[in-house]
Design a protein around this ligand. Structure first.
Ligand code: MSP
Length: 473
């Protein structure tokens, strides 16, 4: 039996979760469910990123102490994930005292390895990204993600010798026999990162002296650890706190905006501390709402819980991963969601299940006959291992179409009229194939998977309400 450790980023708690956050989290949940079904020992971790200037500012705005503020927001994340059927194994909060202790321990290891020094620093800081930028990285002097002018900071900080890891990182990315070998996916992003590493790495500041809300640098109480460095360590501290022996992560799912931290800084820190590296880092694309960037200022933030109330959780989960190839950017549109809901779910899967169940009821008295499924799960599994979610879904739906065709060809209603003894066999084959496909559907749509199991899983078919009622009903 093998273990499978999958992570999402930990979310900033300055706002409640939106559709973009739900995207990352559902992707990890799909993988976790898939590997659990295969019998692997799965450990799926998500959580919240609670330190840093951004959180301190948000707390201040509400007149709350940072700790009070985060304690108020975190349950909203937990609630959202519960509603969206996210079945994680551990939820880490960076304000956890054990996490803070482990951060200190790892930093001390990095220091003992000679990779930390003190220096003066000045630069432009975007508080929304929680990172420094050089002039060249800005567009018209503004942060490209937040269209805001970063503020100038000048302070004495501790630095991590990232520059020292250039060759080691390149070897770990390019040489499969390297003990540190790790993958960045999709391939185009990997090449981008390799190109950037080759063009040179600058040491990075890893502490802040003008900020109080954070984890203290173990050897200097006047400084707190830079929030990104601290946050990345959640992936390491989490399993320790949960007492799960699962290190290293098998897949880390993140958005493309935070790839540099995960693909370069994070592995370099682990190398320095003498810890083995994650095996795979997958960067997905960004969703826009009807073509516009998701932002509080534009007022177009879509609450995934609202969407799932109207269309069902599974319809949202299905839409997010069938509409866009995982890795690419995509457009979230409710109109498009409704279209896919009627064509693929209502008229597609839902109708097929209903039709077959009704025929079994009518012609066989509901008696379930064990038939034979010709569905091949190999292509599906290949797509899942490669995180090609949309292709996995396409495969399921093409097989479902095949079943519709089988019905049209065999015409069970005619077999019934003719008293043809092949009738139970034909309906049995349909049920067996639906059951087989349902195993593939379940990680994407857990509720639907369970419902289909209830319909065909016993000795007698249980005809129920339509799986996907028409929206106008
Ligand atoms: N706290 C950091 C992560 C630290 S991990 C050690 C962070 N948090 S975040 O809340 O801002 O974003 C979390 C995730 O949501 C990221 O993977 C990000 O890419 C994703 N998304 C945020 N907006 C998104 C879209 N509009 N579309 C798709 N994903 C997006 O970054």
């Amino acid at each position: 039996m093998s273990k499978f450790y999958v992570t999402t980023p930990i979310y900033y708690v300055n706002s409640v979760p939106h559709i973009g956050h739900a995207y990352t989290t559902i992707a990890a949940d799909i993988l976790a469910r898939y590997y659990r079904q295969k019998g692997d020992i799965v450990y799926f971790q998500t959580g919240t990123d609670e330190h840093g200037a951004k959180i301190a500012q948000a707390a201040d705005k509400q007149g709350l102490a940072p700790q009070e503020f985060v304690d108020k927001i975190v349950p909203q994340f937990e609630k959202t994930w519960e509603i969206l059927n996210i079945d994680y194994d551990f939820f880490i909060r960076t304000t956890d005292k054990n996490h803070k202790k482990i951060v200190g321990e790892i930093l001390s290891l990095i220091k003992a390895n000679g990779d930390i020094y003190k220096d003066r620093y000045e630069g432009l800081y975007c508080v929304h990204c929680e990172r420094f930028y050089t002039e060249g990285e800005l567009e018209n002097g503004l942060c490209i993600y937040h269209q805001e002018k970063p503020t100038f900071h000048q302070e004495t900080n501790y630095f991590f010798k990232l520059s020292r890891y250039r060759d080691k990182l390149l070897r770990a990315l390019e040489d499969k026999s390297d003990p540190n070998y790790y993958e960045i996916l999709p391939r185009a992003r990997r090449n981008e990162i390799i190109g950037k590493i080759k063009s040179g790495l600058q040491d990075i500041s890893i502490s802040r002296e003008t900020l109080a809300w954070g984890v203290k640098v173990p050897w200097d109480e006047k400084q707190v650890v830079y929030v990104w460095v601290e946050a990345l360590l959640n992936y390491f501290s989490g399993p320790k706190i949960a007492r799960k022996d699962v290190w290293p992560p098998d897949v880390q799912i993140i958005g493309k905006d935070i790839l540099w931290f995960h693909a370069v800084i994070w592995p370099a820190m682990l190398m320095s501390a003498g810890v083995s590296l994650p095996k795979k880092i997958f960067a997905h694309g960004f969703f826009t709402i009807d073509g516009q960037k998701i932002s509080k200022t534009l007022g177009n933030v879509i609450d995934p819980v609202e969407v799932s109330k109207k269309y069902g959780i599974d319809a949202l989960r299905y839409f997010l991963f069938s509409e866009v190839s995982f890795g690419d950017d995509g457009i979230f549109s409710l109109k498009r969601l409704e279209e896919r809901y009627s064509s693929d779910l209502s008229n597609g899967l839902g109708n097929l299940v209903q039709r077959v169940a009704a025929m079994v009821e009518k012609y066989l008295d509901g008696e379930i006959f064990r038939g034979y499924s010709e569905v091949d799960s190999a292509p599906f599994e290949r797509h899942m291992e490669e995180l090609e979610f949309h292709k996995a879904i396409e495969y399921i739906w093409s097989e479902l179409k095949g079943l519709d065709q089988y019905i049209e060809e065999e015409k069970p209603w005619r077999l019934a009229k003719e008293n043809n003894p092949r009738l139970p066999e034909v309906l049995g084959n349909l049920m067996a194939s639906i059951q087989e496909l349902n195993k593939m559907i379940a990680p994407f749509m857990p509720e639907t998977g369970q419902k289909i199991d209830e319909i065909f899983g016993g000795n007698k078919v249980k005809l129920k309400e339509p799986l996907f009622p028409r929206i106008d009903e």
